[in-house]
Design a binder for this molecule. Structure first.
Ligand SMILES: [Zn+2]
Length: 74
């Protein structure tokens, strides 16, 4: 009943090819693409001016976050 449940597949995951292969600074592997996951704002203070969404760039090898950004990206 309590098997290890794999991470549920990210529905909003997109793959972007890198123009040149780069090393992930977490796992040191050479990667030729990155995964991008959208951020959707879940909670906010009443007066917040933070953007409603953003994105996180993830290493496809180790799935660690390489970069995160709010706003932009349409
Ligand atoms: Zn990595």
């Amino acid at each position: 009943m309590s098997e290890n449940v794999p991470l549920k597949p990210a529905l909003e995951l997109a793959e972007y090819a890198l123009e040149t292969p780069l090393n992930c600074h977490h796992c040191q592997k050479v990667i030729t693409c990155v995964h991008v996951v959208r951020l959707l704002r879940a909670k906010v203070n009443f007066v917040s001016t933070l953007p409603r969404r953003g994105h996180v760039i993830v290493c496809p090898e180790c799935r660690r976050i390489l970069s995160a950004d709010l706003g932009g990206m349409t």
